[in-house]
Design a protein around this ligand. Sequence first.
Ligand SMILES: [Fe+2]
Length: 233
Amino acid sequence: MLNVNQFRYGGDNFGYLIHGRKDAVVIDGGAFKEIFDFIQYRKLNLLFIANTHGHYDHTSGNSHFIRQSNTHALNYHDLIKERKIELEGENINIYNTPGHTDDSVCFHAGKILISGDTLFNGTIGNCFSGDLDGYYETIMKLMSLPDETIIYAGHDYVKDAMSFAKMIEPDNEDIPVYLRKYNPNHVLSTLADEFRVNPYLRFNEANIIAMLKLRGLPCETNRDRWRSLMTID
Ligand SMILES: [Fe+2]
């Protein structure tokens, strides 16, 4: 079975190490010292490093790993061409998930989804690509994954996300439950948790549609509702 370890760095960023008994892959290795120490301590063989997208806060560790170990970086084009990576006989699926940026990808290993800045615990990323339709398709794709999928995101924005969620849905009783489960030392949620609180996955809830109507925002189709939510801040 593959293991995934979460490493916090730079305040709210997260990087990840996916590993089996011998081999390992680093995703967004900004916490390069801690990850490197872990690799050495466990005597792991680092196959390559990769990124969820090209923003510098996610790629800042790449050059350190390349300098300190005999590894290489797989870029966006390599990743979407491969579509999956085999690590000790198990697959890490790679999803092309444009929206936050055009080069955003998610890594799916077992039950774990490393979602970068595409999907956060409690919210989603900014649409820096400008491609709102593409981002909508991406979110629909991620929503079709199994409910028990564990979301390991690129940042810890949980508190701000829940303030926004509460502003959108003041009576949502799952928000305080979600906040009670929040542990800054290990930040995760399941997709089922996200369906209970994350407004960007809840655009078809009756109270959200009513709120959009009240604000005079388009809410005819699923896509309209989602796009309208993206305009609120
Ligand atoms: Fe980003």
